[in-house]
Design a protein around this ligand. Sequence first.
Ligand code: CO
Length: 163
Amino acid sequence: MLKYIGNPILRKKTKEIKVFDDHLKSTIDKMIELMHQEDGIGLAGPQVGISNSILVVDISSIAKNEQPRAFVNPEIIETEGQSIVEEGCLSIPGVREEITRPEKIKLTFQNERGDKFTEKFDGWMARVLQHEIDHLNGVLFVDHLSPIKRQLLIGQEAIPQTY
Ligand code: CO
């Protein structure tokens, strides 16, 4: 079910979600379930073969007062500061690297019913959201590394998984 690096869907920009129905709700439930199964703190649509702008986050294992959340059509509209944090990705098993990103973000997004929100995030939420929003744009965390380091870690990604 999980898609791994080398799968072209991870490199495709996702489509905006325009239909907020029961199917979307069950997709969110399934994504949260899989994220928990895999011990992840975030999961984006492309990682489960869905090329739509949807992601789920649950940082309750590392932060207080958190619960699983879904973000539909999220867009970063402001950033502030800078922080360096070690990241990993369910789609790139075995690779963990320190990545520099903005420390705080301001986000517009919709919930599963289509209601629109603007909210500020910092700490782990800001970090995970940026990683997952990258996925929605076909970007993987190793793309933030120098080309040499990236090559060393993941090699020639363009080579197909099956020949
Ligand atoms: Co990831």
